[in-house]
Design a binder for this molecule. Structure first.
Ligand code: SF4
Length: 115
């Protein structure tokens, strides 16, 4: 019997649930930067609020949520609602954006909507 077999036979512990999750609100982008796989056609759809809620309903232990991957998250129309829903559940969120869809009017509108 190898050492790894002994270890596998004695593994009776349960791994803890992950408290951090990565979700991609948008697989497309509003820019077309050279060399970017998203700009080169990887781009796809956006996540909708119902799908977002479906996922976080199944992860009640979640504490941190990263809302980006390769697309531009602010392209997703439901992005502000996702952040608001996560916040309502006590989940910290962070994102990464090219910032072009941010404007004072846009932010003011989103703030008003979520008060
Ligand atoms: S995802 Fe980033 S690098 Fe790619 S096209 Fe958009 S802004 Fe440019």
């Amino acid at each position: 019997m190898t050492n790894s077999a002994v270890i596998n036979e004695n593994m009776s512990f349960r791994l803890p649930q992950p408290i951090m999750l990565w979700m991609e609100p948008s697989a497309s982008c509003n820019l077309d930067c050279p060399g970017c796989p998203t700009a080169a056609g990887r781009g796809g759809g956006v996540m909708h609020l119902e799908d977002f809620i479906h996922v976080i309903d199944q992860t009640p232990w979640l504490r941190f949520l990263n809302l980006w991957h390769r697309g531009e998250p602010l392209v997703a129309p439901d992005f502000p609602d996702m952040v608001a829903e996560a916040s309502r559940r006590g989940i910290w969120t962070q994102t990464y954006t090219n910032g072009l869809l941010l404007s004072k009017n846009n932010l003011a509108e989103r703030r008003r909507k979520h008060r």
